[in-house]
Design a protein around this ligand. Structure first.
Ligand code: ADP
Ligand code: MG
Length: 334
């Protein structure tokens, strides 16, 4: 089965100025594949500063990896041209945190939806364009007559975010990258929007990378999860197993701070301070805060296989078989 999208040993380093001592390793050695024929919802979880948005930007081609490569349908995204590039730009869509961000206050909802239709030549006539808009709005649970013709300020935050999802859906994407899509939406509407995302996966075959700092929403929506800390994969696997039986000390800490089963409370409200800068290049990123830290943690732990759908990067499990990082996706059920 072929891969839709593949990350091969992707590392992203941001360097401020010429002196590299000021560099931040935002993402370190991430390998990941999304299969073409198995639409899934994968969560990437971690607190602020863990590299989640960097991953989204890389996947969308807005920034390039420092090392490693990203392939779309087998081709490096930095070298895509013509038809292939257009297909990638249409098939990989994003919904961001801020439901206002993509709205120009002077244009109606119709305009926002018309732009991608024109850009990608999705309709030949006005009537066809209108029909596509209505279909997309209906698919995200909006009534076209409630929102078409309106200006952004005449809509609720939840409606705006759903219009963003509809806009992405118009393009019939294969992959939707949703970076904290509900964190700025009223708690009462969060479950609703997450349900909309789940319908996209189920009914429209769209794979979703759901990026969040909130483990409770991850648990409700996703099939698999990758837990990041300072750019490194700490633990990954089946969402049920990772959240109910976390094994990495970092994930344990996070799960312990969730008040179950309240979907509306945000995970990570008590922030675990993330140190800025510090061009770490080896050792476990979590070592300095880990209650179980050992001498050996000064060298980077490999991933260990806990079972067929659960892996953790921690020497506590060094009696388990090692997993090469390139095989991470084998532990993520779809
Ligand atoms: N454009 C940038 N220049 C320099 N550092 C950045 C830039 N964007 C993000 N970073 C740093 O990279 C790290 C990861 O950031 P980010 O990907 O935004 O994490 P998250 O989305 O999980 O909060 C942070 O330490 C952040 O300060
Ligand atoms: Mg972010």
């Amino acid at each position: 089965m072929s891969n839709l999208l593949e990350l091969r040993n992707v590392t992203k380093v941001y360097s401020r100025g010429v002196i590299n001592a000021n560099a931040t390793i935002a993402l370190q050695d991430i390998s990941l594949t999304l299969k073409e024929d198995e639409p899934t919802i994968m969560t990437v979880a971690g607190e602020s500063g863990s590299g989640k948005t960097t991953l989204a930007m890389l996947l969308l081609g807005f920034i390039t990896p420092t090392t490693g490569e990203i392939l779309y349908r087998g081709k490096n995204i930095t070298t895509l041209r013509g038809k292939d590039k257009l297909a990638y730009r249409r098939e990989v869509q994003a919904v961001f945190q801020d439901p206002f961000a993509v709205f120009n206050p002077f244009y109606t909802v119709d305009h926002l939806l018309t732009v991608p239709i024109k850009q990608f030549k999705l309709a030949r006539t006005k009537a066809e364009a209108r029909k596509k808009m209505e279909e997309a709005l209906t698919a995200v649970g909006l009534r076209p007559e409630d929102v078409l013709g309106r200006f952004p300020h005449q809509l609720s935050g939840g409606q705006r975010q759903r219009i963003n999802v509809a806009r992405a859906l118009l393009l019939k994407p294969r992959l939707l990258i949703a970076d904290e899509p509900v964190s700025m939406v009223d708690a009462s509407l969060r479950a609703n929007i997450l349900e909309t995302l789940r319908n996209l996966q189920r009914d429209h075959g769209v794979s979703i990378i759901y990026i969040t700092h909130d483990l409770t929403t991850a648990y409700h929506i996703a099939k698999s999860i990758i837990v990041l800390y300072r750019g490194g994969v700490m633990e990954a696997g089946d969402v049920d197993t990772v959240i109910k039986e976390p094994q990495h000390p970092y994930t344990k800490l996070l799960v312990d701070s969730i008040p179950w089963p309240d979907l509306n409370r945000r995970w990570g409200e008590q922030q675990i301070k993330v140190r800025e800068g510090g061009g770490r290049s080896h050792g476990c990123p979590f070592m300095s805060r880990c209650p179980a830290a050992m001498e050996i943690c000064k060298t980077q732990p490999p991933l260990y296989e806990l079972n067929s759908h659960h892996t953790a990067s921690c020497y506590l499990y060094s009696q388990q078989p090692e997993v090469v990082r390139e095989r991470l996706s084998a532990f993520l059920p779809s």
